[in-house]
Each structure stands twice: as structure tokens, then as C-alpha cells.
Design a binder for this molecule. Structure first.
Ligand SMILES: C[S@@+](CC[C@H](N)C(=O)[O-])C[C@H]1O[C@@H](n2cnc3c(N)ncnc32)[C@H](O)[C@@H]1O
Length: 327
């Protein structure tokens, strides 16, 4: 009888466990998609992502991509993922002009997650922020994470039926919430309805390639289906599509919307989001085996997202505008 040496037996055992984990997570990925059904299914998905604590322990209190400044050679500077997320908030505040608003100006953060952006806007720019999300668990967590005295608060609300008066806020901020909206025109209408004349809009979105720039081939259609069905997205708008929804909204009052493409500045985020699990293994392992599987379960979607953004199937669009004062 051959007796295996201890290191060999241990590495065979670890390999078998690894294969089992990959097989299980692939099965979970294929069988348990989170298809968009209604705003309730989006709320349920975010309630789970909040309650299992995995996202927060790994990526901190921002559920959006990071911004990586390019060096002279066009390569992105290496930056901690969490720092890159904070950089993103400052870059969008600067690009959209929110950083120039007088202190105390009111901002509505539509689809606020657990409040990472809202707290920065309140703390660093002195803005008075209301963050809203469809997920009650996110709102409870956002409130718990916010120190007393900071001028931001949170409420459960549907972005497509904002319980906010017309023309009542100085700025509207919405980051990566649009992919969950089944009616992009209504989303645009609601953002602009609550904005005061003279108010500022800052939106960041995951956008699909505009159909006028090339139809999807078979492989792209398969990838697109995964991107939609794995993370509760009914549809992605293109950059031109969302720009049109905003400009043609009856609430726009002749507003001009400028767009930008931040794909290359945000692209490193996808791989960085996986590396966070390697850099901070305690964040996942501390939550037990279910969290490890859950982390593995998200990996194929993250890799497909990276592929889609790197090949032009997806683009990271940003949108800014000032509502005319005479609207
Ligand atoms: C990718 S997360 C972005 C969170 C946050 N903006 C951030 O940057 O950390 C998408 C957010 O949109 C919210 N959302 C999705 N559908 C919504 C709806 N119909 N009404 C309000 N919020 C919604 C989710 O609850 C979640 O907070």
C-alpha cells in the first residue's frame, strides 16, 4: 500500500475542496440568478446583500466602482479599492459642479446604498443630503453608520415615485441605480421633477453600447443576459439613450445634458473587487463558509462585467446638467 506524504495529501485535499467550492458556486451561479421581477425583487436582493454583510466587509460603505487616475503613460495608478471609491465621489462632485454649491444646499441621493456618497457629500462639502433606497435593510444600515450631527438622513422610497415635492432640491445625485430601473424615462422624469430651477444633476450609470453603434453578436447577447439576470437588472440604457430621456423629459425645461465616458478610469475596479477578497481574507472567512461560497458565486459575473466594459459592450456613463433658471 502506498502511503501519501503529508504535504501531498494536504495539497490533494485542498485541491479537492477548492474544486468542490468552484463547482458549488458555478451551480449556484447558473441556477440561482437574481432576475429582475419588480422593485420588490430589487429590494429583496439588496436586503440580502446588506444583511449578509459581505459587500460591506469587503468593499466598505460604497457600492459603486472606484475612480483610478491615469498616469502620463495612460496606465491607471494603483490605488486601494476603497480609496478609489472615495476618489470617485470627489471626481463626480467636481465634474458635476456639486463641489461649488453653497454649504447647506439640499441634495437628493437617489439609490443611496448604505450612504457612503451621502456621508462624503455632507462631511466634505457641507451639503444637506437625503439618501433614498428601495431597500429597507440598506436604509437601516445607512442610518446606523451615520454619526450624529452629520447633515444627512435616509428614507425608504421608490425612485420611480419619489415622495418629494416638485422643484424642491438644489441637486440630484444618483450613482449606478439606473440599471435597476424598468422605466428609464420615468426615472429621468422623477430626477428632474424634484430639481429646482438652477439646480444641478449628477448621474453615473452602467450603460450598454448604443444599438446604433453596432448590434450585439451571439456571444455578446449571452454575456448581456448574464449581466442582466445575475444582478436584478431589467435593462441597461445606452449613454445616448439616457441622455435623450433626460433632455426630452417634460421636467427638463430645456436642460442640456453633458455626458462623459469614464470606462477606462473605472475599469480596474472589477479585478480590484475580486482582489479585495484575497487582500482581506478575514473579511470573508470571518463570516463563515456560506460567505465564502457567496463570494465565489459573484466572481463569474464580476469577470463578465469586466469583459463587457473592456470590450465596449458596456460603458460607464456620467451625466451632468444645470436646470435652466426660467424652467
Ligand atoms: C449599485 S447600488 C448603488 C448604491 C449607491 N449609489 C452607492 O453608490 O453606494 C444601486 C442602488 O439603487 C437602489 N435602487 C434600485 N432600484 C431602486 C428604486 N426603484 N428606488 C430606489 N432605489 C433603488 C438600490 O437599493 C441600491 O441602493
Amino acid at each position: 500500500m502506498t502511503v501519501l506524504s503529508w504535504p501531498l495529501a494536504a495539497s490533494i485535499g485542498a485541491g479537492a475542496l477548492g474544486c468542490l467550492a468552484v463547482a458549488l458556486s458555478a451551480r449556484l451561479w447558473l441556477k440561482r440568478r437574481r432576475r429582475y421581477e419588480s422593485s420588490a425583487s430589487v429590494a429583496d436582493a439588496y436586503d440580502r446583500w446588506t444583511n449578509d454583510q459581505l459587500l460591506e466587509r469587503l468593499w466598505g460603505d460604497h457600492i459603486h466602482l472606484g475612480f483610478y487616475r491615469q498616469s502620463g503613460s495612460g496606465r491607471s495608478h494603483h490605488q486601494d479599492f476603497r480609496v478609489a471609491k472615495e476618489t470617485f465621489v470627489h471626481e463626480l462632485a467636481r465634474w458635476s459642479g456639486l463641489d461649488q454649491l453653497p454649504r447647506g444646499s439640499t441634495v437628493l441621493d437617489v439609490g443611496c446604498g448604505i450612504g457612503g456618497s451621502a456621508r462624503i457629500l455632507a462631511r466634505d462639502y457641507g451639503l444637506n443630503v437625503l439618501g433614498i433606497s428601495i431597500s429597507p435593510a440598506q436604509i437601516a444600515r445607512a442610518t446606523a453608520l451615520t454619526p450624529a450631527g452629520l447633515s444627512c438622513r435616509f428614507a425608504v422610497m421608490d425612485a420611480l415615485a419619489l415622495e418629494i415635492a416638485d422643484a424642491s432640491v438644489d441637486a440630484v445625485w444618483s450613482v449606478e441605480a439606473c440599471p435597476h430601473m424598468p422605466d428609464k424615462q420615468r426615472y429621468a422624469d422623477e430626477l428632474l421633477r424634484v430639481l429646482k430651477p438652477g439646480g444641478l444633476l449628477a448621474v453615473a450609470d452602467w450603460n450598454r453600447r448604443d444599438p446604433a453603434d453596432g448590434a450585439m453578436d451571439r456571444r455578446e447577447r449571452w454575456v448581456m443576459r448574464q449581466l442582466l439576470e445575475q444582478w436584478a437588472h431589467p435593462e441597461f440604457a445606452s449613454i445616448r439613450g439616457l441622455q435623450k430621456h433626460l433632455e426630452q423629459s417634460q421636467q427638463a425645461g430645456g436642460m442640456t445634458i453633458e455626458t462623459g465616458d469614464w470606462t477606462s478610469a473605472t475599469l480596474p475596479s472589477w479585478i480590484e473587487s475580486i482582489f479585495e477578497g484575497v487582500r482581506r481574507p478575514g473579511a470573508i472567512l470571518g463570516l463563515g463558509p456560506a460567505a465564502v461560497l457567496q463570494g465565489l458565486r459573484e466572481t463569474p459575473t464580476i469577470l463578465l462585467m469586466r469583459w463587457a466594459f473592456a470590450t465596449g459592450l458596456m460603458q460607464f456613463g456620467v451625466f451632468r446638467g444645470r436646470k435652466p433658471s426660467q424652467a
